[in-house]
Design a protein around this ligand. Structure first.
Ligand SMILES: *[C@@H]1O[C@H](CO)[C@@H](O)[C@H](O)[C@H]1NC(C)=O
Ligand SMILES: *[C@@H]1O[C@H](CO)[C@@H](O)[C@H](O)[C@H]1NC(C)=O
Ligand SMILES: *[C@@H]1O[C@H](CO)[C@@H](O)[C@H](O)[C@H]1NC(C)=O
Ligand SMILES: *[C@@H]1O[C@H](CO)[C@@H](O)[C@H](O)[C@H]1NC(C)=O
Ligand SMILES: *[C@@H]1O[C@H](CO)[C@@H](O)[C@H](O)[C@H]1NC(C)=O
Length: 561
């Protein structure tokens, strides 16, 4: 981008002007160190991380954006109202004590409510390797569980005990107050999806990604001490770790699952992965049904702090990590969270709808920017820029360097909200810096191809490159959408543990055949990968259990949903 700015010398002056007209100075300032000398948040850091703050707010509780921006750095208080239905798949008809998992989606829980056949048929070498790995992993988890928890009946003979799955349905009887951990926070990967949980919340740098029972216990200990009842996370589907299953919800039913080997269930395994992804794709743009209200004004984020979020993997520099953040810095962020969470539980405060602000901005700019950043004719470029920017210009006024217009452009959507909390001011600083980038790029392009009446092909190429650079910086998830798919297809984005590399970098519509291709070029880097020629293997989706796979003694995968 900078070479273009240098070629168009007037743009550098404009950039300088933009910096000086920023209205952030009107906001209360926050020092980066507090009275006690501890690390504090800073608006400069929020501005620097503005693109990521914008995307975090825009993607909150949305499967699509959270799958693409999968290393979440932010935490929010969230409320599930009374009367909401949740699902839990397990081996027993009676509710577990907790902490245990609740799924927002039927198909997600069904994957954990399987009836297992016996005897186990001969397994391929790869399947055997996978099972040995899995069972080793289960054993580790079981050893770590508390002794009073119920265990599956054990039969010492060679054949496994016949074993049935149950799908529980629960309904909340009171609002649940939860900690929402953003990004792909239930993805048991080595890529940074667990950083906020393991490094920030648990203060530990050496956790095995699959140790999720221990993680759940510790998270529950922490969040209940703040007055919450659990956490919301996301993997292939959103889930709640509910710390106490007897608290604020009723068991509606616990129906036994069918034996999929019985006649009448033919084809179930063939459709189940497609139907699973189809169910998840209904949550791409939101969890739906008013099931979760996110308190955006409670957002505590590492993105607000002047800390080193660089990813040690240089090929994934777009994904932030917490590994380079010092322990005392992580502790300072956690202390802020410990202050914010209890202060947001009285329900008398106002919540700024920052996601609504981000939605308005994306709705107005996303398609237009992408269009103009491509190869468009001179008249389309000029017409497009005018149609975006005319609203901010008063053509009867002399507006030197269009300073007033650029300021109106920057403030247009954020003037709708009144920040209250310190975190509101930090989100504002982040979103404002994004708006400054958008408006400055657009007015730069306008200057080059509209104000400059001698604009030649080079000038138009420069304008288009400025907009392309903006698109690259914004990284809006909307630009990776598939568009409508045929009814026998689904738009697949990589959602742990599913998805090949293409489904992350360039999601597309998949049918029942191309969905299975994922195993060949697996996207997620987790301890299950790489192994063998097929790459990573994972807990199966609903109905996809390896035929005759012996149930683990506890009957559950790493997540017992
Ligand atoms: C499932 O059905 C098959 C075929 O009908 C039968 O052989 C098997 O024992 C059944 N398994 C269980 C757990 O009921
Ligand atoms: C274990 O399973 C075998 C065969 O299914 C059965 O005969 C035996 O009674 C079972 N033992 C226990 C302790 O349940
Ligand atoms: C995919 O669907 C087609 C047609 O709907 C079906 O004939 C085929 O058996 C399916 N293949 C797999 C691998 O499920
Ligand atoms: C930031 O963290 C990265 C990755 O952990 C590390 O390579 C880099 O040296 C750190 N930078 C600074 C300035 O400490
Ligand atoms: C841009 O579009 C024009 C006209 O459609 C075409 O001639 C030209 O090759 C395109 N350039 C690029 C880089 O695609």
């Amino acid at each position: 981008m900078f070479s273009f700015f240098q070629r168009a010398t007037f743009s550098t002056t404009l950039a300088a002007l933009l910096l000086s007209t920023s209205f952030a100075s009107a906001l209360p300032s926050h020092d980066t160190t507090t009275d006690s000398g501890k690390l504090g948040p800073s608006k400069d850091a929020a501005r620097q991380n503005g693109f990521q703050i914008f995307n975090a707010v825009h993607s909150a509780m949305r499967q699509w954006g959270s799958s693409l921006h999968h290393n979440g750095m932010s935490l929010f208080v969230a409320t599930v109202p009374a009367g909401v239905t949740f699902y839990h798949g397990t081996h027993s008809p009676t509710p577990p004590a907790g902490p245990e998992w609740l799924a927002f989606d039927i198909e997600h829980a069904e994957g954990f409510a399987r009836t297992w056949d016996r005897p186990p048929p001969a397994l391929s070498e790869e399947d055997t390797a996978m099972m040995q790995f899995r069972e080793h992993d289960m054993d580790a988890q079981i050893r770590l569980r508390t002794p009073d928890e119920p265990t599956m009946p054990k039969n010492e003979s060679d054949d496994p005990v016949p074993f049935y799955g149950y799908l529980h349905i629960y309904q909340t009887t009171k609002p649940l107050r939860l900690l929402y951990i953003d990004g792909m926070s239930a993805g048991k990967t080595l890529m940074g999806t667990l950083d906020t949980q393991d490094l920030l919340l648990r203060g530990s740098r050496s956790e095995h990604p699959y140790n999720d029972f221990v993680r759940a216990d510790q998270l529950c200990e922490l969040v209940t001490s703040w007055g919450l009842q659990g956490v919301i996370r996301m993997e292939c589907g959103f889930e709640i770790i509910k710390c106490d299953f007897t608290d604020s919800m009723d068991l509606v039913s616990a129906n036994r699952r069918p034996n999929l080997s019985d006649p009448g269930f033919q084809g179930y395994r063939e459709v189940s992965l497609l139907e699973f992804i189809r169910a998840l794709s209904q949550r791409y743009n939101g969890i739906g049904g008013g099931r979760v209200a996110v308190d955006y004004s409670s957002m505590v984020s590492a993105l607000f702090y002047p800390v080193n979020l660089t990813n040690p993997d240089p090929s994934r520099s777009e994904l932030p990590r917490l590994v380079g953040v010092a322990d005392e810095q992580l502790q300072a962020i956690r202390s802020r969270l410990a202050e914010v969470v209890p202060s947001r539980l009285d329900a008398t405060h106002s919540v700024v709808d920052w996601q609504g602000v981000a939605d308005m901005i994306v709705a107005r700019y996303a398609d237009k920017l992408r269009h103009l950043a491509g190869n468009v004719s001179h008249s389309v470029m000029q017409g497009g820029l005018n149609s975006i920017l005319n609203i901010y210009i008063d053509y009867s006024q002399e507006d030197k360097n269009l300073v007033g217009a650029i300021d109106r452009c920057t403030k247009h959507y954020i003037s709708a909200v009144t920040p209250h909390t310190q975190e509101d001011h930090l989100i504002l600083a982040g979103i404002e810096s994004v708006m400054t980038s958008i408006c400055s790029a657009l007015f730069n392009a306008r200057k080059i191809v509209i104000e400059n009446t001698d604009a030649d092909d080079d000038a138009f190429a420069t304008a288009s490159a400025i907009l392309q650079r903006l698109v690259d910086d914004l990284r809006w998830a909307k630009w990776k959408e598939c568009g409508p798919c045929a009814y026998d297809e689904v738009c697949l984005v990589a959602m742990w543990p599913y998805g090949d590399k293409m489904s992350h970098y360039q999601p597309s519509c998949r049918n029942n055949v191309s969905l299975r291709y994922e195993e060949k070029d697996h996207y997620w880097k987790d301890p299950d990968y790489p192994r063998g020629p097929g790459g990573g293997r994972h807990p199966p989706p609903p109905g996809e259990g390896l035929p005759g796979k012996r149930p683990p003694p506890e009957g559950d995968g790493p997540d017992d949903l």
